[in-house]
Write a protein that binds this ligand. Structure first.
Ligand SMILES: [Zn+2]
Length: 130
């Protein structure tokens, strides 16, 4: 069953809201990373222990930003699909994704069956390489 105009409008709104929240989150992340970098450079020479913790935190920061960036990319793709009218259609098999699934994840681009297969094939969460 295709999405009604009202359902599409609702999903559109949640995509926009999530996108705006993510954008300000990412901005905060970037600001924090920049500030931390600056403090590292300004600080006195740390011992090896401090340095490895600092490296770990930096890596975690990068991982967080990477996840947010991936979600932002998904949301951007969803907005493009809303614009060209392909939103709500599974990218793999072409069937309806379904309102309930889209309500839970407005950026979903596959039906549950195809998403499950995709995650099995590509191993779910991707590595940290950007
Ligand atoms: Zn599908």
């Amino acid at each position: 069953m295709a999405l009604t105009q009202q359902q599409t409008q609702k999903l559109h709104t949640s995509i926009e809201q999530r996108r705006n929240a993510l954008l300000s989150e990412l901005q905060d992340d970037v600001d924090r990373v920049r500030r931390d970098r600056h403090e590292d450079l300004a600080g006195a020479s740390p011992d090896a222990g401090d340095e490895s913790v600092a490296t770990l935190i930096a890596d975690l920061d990068h991982a967080d930003v990477g996840r947010d960036l991936n979600e932002l990319r998904d949301l951007e793709a969803a907005r493009a699909r809303l614009a060209d009218g392909s939103y709500g259609t599974c990218a793999d098999c072409g069937s309806e994704i379904g309102y309930e699934r889209l309500k839970a994840n407005p950026a979903a681009m596959r039906c549950i069956a195809c998403q499950t297969r995709h995650e099995k094939t590509y191993g779910g969460a991707s590595g940290s390489s950007l």
